[in-house]
Design a protein around this ligand. Structure first.
Ligand code: KG4
Ligand code: ZN
Length: 348
């Protein structure tokens, strides 16, 4: 594929300044500058801090990506950027940078949907996506179940969280247990020492009446409150909090619902491939349970490697390259940074 398009992808929807270079479906480089450490003491991402960090990191990260990939900016055939959804001020930095690059280089610009990019990234690791694919996207910012007949053009939302995102729940429960931010990896590790069946925490939106209205939706805020109550009750009684058991039982409640609903959606929609993406896809228990339940249901699971699951520029470049390969029209140069871009809009 020597004549495959060289696409530069820029991602700034949250706290990662990602710049990726992809040639066709081959990943050349995935350069990321993260401001996560600057947010740690606040226990969550501070939008203004993230925007400033993107401004500072953008040019050096683009330069680093080119050097590591051994390409010149003038070799780039198209620029892709996350148009939304995400933090408004953070998105603006990426979109403005991408417009400047596309204009200066005289190449087409693709303003793309962050969620679709989380799906498209897997072509870099596992090749073209089966059509349709079911996608479960779980991160600090989103928890969505998407039916994807064509990642460049047709993404259909089946369900989403009605309150907290899955990763947000991990982060809040970690904080409650005195674990550092971001909490997901710490809960995952602590849970490895605990018993997931020790405490029966609630499974949001799984009762029969909830399934009628919210068949493929998620809810994690009730679970978070249940964990908080349980911990408070222990502390009020002067008893020590069994952190490993709480972490494992909480984690089990989250991944039980995620995998149950994902398998249900695959079965009911007649889809035999499930792709899991977003930061929470790194969760070891989620991976094991998804494999188990999907194998039992005849569904093949695809999970990109953890580095590609979290926000990065390569995923944006990957979707941009798919758009070029399929001859999709580029965006207009006045494309917006759209913080609430609907997932049905794959390209701005
Ligand atoms: O995709 P991502 O890097 O950024 C966005 O939020 O968009 O995801 C970060 C989220 C955080 O909430 C973090 O706690 C969670 O992913 N996470 C995990 C694990 N690793 C990261 N959650 C559970 N288990 C993990 N191993
Ligand atoms: Zn994301």
């Amino acid at each position: 594929m020597s004549d495959a398009p060289l696409v530069l992808g820029i991602e700034t929807s949250c706290d990662e300044t990602g710049v990726g270079l992809v040639r066709g479906r081959t990943l050349l480089v995935d350069a990321v500058a993260s401001s996560v450490d600057e947010h740690a003491r606040f226990g969550g991402v501070v939008p203004e801090v993230a925007s400033r960090a993107h401004l500072e990191a953008m040019v050096p990260t683009v330069e680093r990506a080119c050097v590591e990939a051994g390409v010149r900016l003038s070799d780039v055939d198209a620029v892709a950027v996350t148009s939304g959804p995400g933090l408004a001020g953070a998105l603006v930095v990426g979109v403005a940078s991408a417009k400047a690059l596309a204009l200066a280089l005289g190449v087409p610009l693709y303003g793309i949907n962050h969620l679709a990019a989380h799906v498209a990234v897997d072509v870099l690791e596992h090749g073209p996506l089966p059509e349709p694919t079911m996608a479960l996207l779980v991160s600090g910012g989103h928890s969505s179940l998407l039916l994807v007949p064509d990642v460049t053009d047709d993404v259909r939302p089946l369900g989403r969280t009605i309150d907290d995102a899955a990763g947000e729940a991990f982060d809040k429960v970690a904080r409650l247990l005195g674990l550092p931010f971001p909490g997901g990896p710490h809960i995952d590790r602590a849970a490895g020492e605990g018993d997931g069946a020790a405490i029966a925490f609630p499974r949001g939106l799984t009762a029969a009446h909830d399934l009628r209205r919210h068949r493929y939706d998620f809810s994690f805020s009730g679970l978070k409150t249940a964990v908080a109550r349980w911990v408070e009750h222990r502390e009020a009684g002067g008893e020590p909090v069994p952190v490993a058991d709480v972490a494992a039982s909480f984690q089990e409640a989250v991944v039980d619902v995620l995998t149950r609903k994902a398998v249900l959606a695959c079965r009911e929609q007649g889809v035999d491939h499930l792709l899991i993406g977003g930061g929470v896809a790194a969760n070891s228990r989620l991976r094991v349970l998804a494999e188990e339940r999907c194998a039992a249901a005849g569904i093949t699971v695809r999970v990109p490697r953890p580095r590609l699951c979290t926000d990065n520029g390569a995923m944006v470049a990957a979707l941009g390259a798919e758009m070029v390969l399929r001859g999709r029209a580029p965006s207009a140069l006045d494309l917006p940074a759209d913080s609430s871009m609907p997932v049905t809009l794959v390209r701005a």
